[in-house]
Design a protein around this ligand. Structure first.
Ligand code: 13P
Ligand code: SF4
Length: 310
């Protein structure tokens, strides 16, 4: 089927099945364009909570679709490709995390939403990059805190909130690949540019950033800041929405250490989804996200607390 026919069929199936398509900013342009809603992790969780649709097609990675299912046990949640993982979620094994937690008794466990339902079920609070500071600040000062699985976001939160966090040793392969040396060279060539970075980036990148925030935060910053040129240190998929939201601005993707063809950073997990997979997924309502009910109830608690606080 050609691209136009695929798009027509997806729209037809969506109406026929009362489905909603939620997509993250890191998805391919054509997926973002066909989605009913695009957003950052927090916004997508909120949309998943509010929808009246019978089917949620989540164009993103597994932990995002799983979060939607935890919030919507009575809805069918489907994902274009079950292999859409995340280095943060995949690098935090529940058995290892249980041992880690036991080594730090009495600590409040805050986990970044980029983790599995099993890890969420072992947490007191979940957070996303857009509400993490607020979530940490909500914890009484006399309490000790474990933060997992992103050590880079954890280091940033330690600095911002002045709280000591016991950190799990995990990271995002995409945001960890930004090259400080190349970024400085690029900045020297564009001295009027402002650098906007996602907090999953390493601290040496964040140190020179003019703005640090979630994907939606970055879009909002670039849209409203008077500067004309921006260097964007997050996954390249965001450039599509940015070019629509701020068409008059010059956007330069931050260079990664790898010499890849697009000279920018792409998340291979996010890019595993294609328009064709979206079509098959909607047609056969598969692969479907299934979460054991006992596990779901445990994982729901810290997500609900997060949504109440944000
Ligand atoms: P946001 O919540 O900022 O969209 O981040 C999601 C993510 O996976 C970043 O790599
Ligand atoms: Fe996970 Fe990083 Fe991809 Fe986001 S960009 S989904 S954190 S691997």
């Amino acid at each position: 089927m050609d691209k136009n026919s695929l798009i027509k069929e997806i729209i037809r199936l969506k109406q026929e099945k009362n489905a909603v398509i939620l997509a993250h900013y890191y998805q391919d342009e054509e997926i973002q364009d066909i989605a009913d809603f695009i957003g950052d992790s927090l916004e997508l969780s909120k949309k998943a909570q509010q929808t009246n649709a019978s089917i949620i097609l989540f164009a993103g990675v597994h932990f995002m679709a799983e979060t939607a299912k935890i919030l919507n046990p009575d809805k069918k949640v489907i994902i274009p490709d079950f292999n859409a993982g995340c280095s943060l979620a995949d690098g935090c094994d529940p058995a290892d995390f249980k041992i880690f937690k036991a080594k730090h008794p009495g600590h409040i466990v805050v986990t970044y939403i980029n983790c599995s339902a099993e890890i969420k079920a072992m947490s007191d609070l979940v957070c996303t990059s857009s509400n993490a500071k607020k979530i940490i600040a909500s914890i009484p000062a006399d309490k000790e805190i474990i933060f997992a699985p992103d050590k880079n976001l954890g280091h940033y939160l330690q600095k911002e909130t002045k709280r000591k966090l016991v950190l799990w040793d995990g990271s995002c392969v995409v945001h960890e690949a930004f090259s400080l040396e190349k970024l400085i060279d690029l900045y020297k060539k564009n001295p009027t540019a402002k650098i906007a970075a996602h907090p999953e980036s390493e601290s040496h990148i964040l140190k020179i950033a003019h703005y640090i925030g979630s994907t939606s935060g970055i879009i909002n910053f670039i849209k409203t800041d008077p500067a004309a040129v921006f260097i964007v240190a997050t996954e390249a998929g965001i450039l599509h929405e940015l070019s629509k939201a701020a068409p008059e601005k010059t956007l330069i993707p931050a260079p990664s250490t790898e010499d890849n063809t697009c000279a920018c950073s792409e998340c291979a997990f996010m890019k595993i989804n294609t328009l064709e997979k979206l079509y098959w997924c909607l047609k056969y309502e598969s692969p479907e996200i299934i979460v054991d009910e006992q596990l779901r109830i445990k994982a729901l608690k810290p997500i609900k607390r997060m949504l109440e606080l944000s």
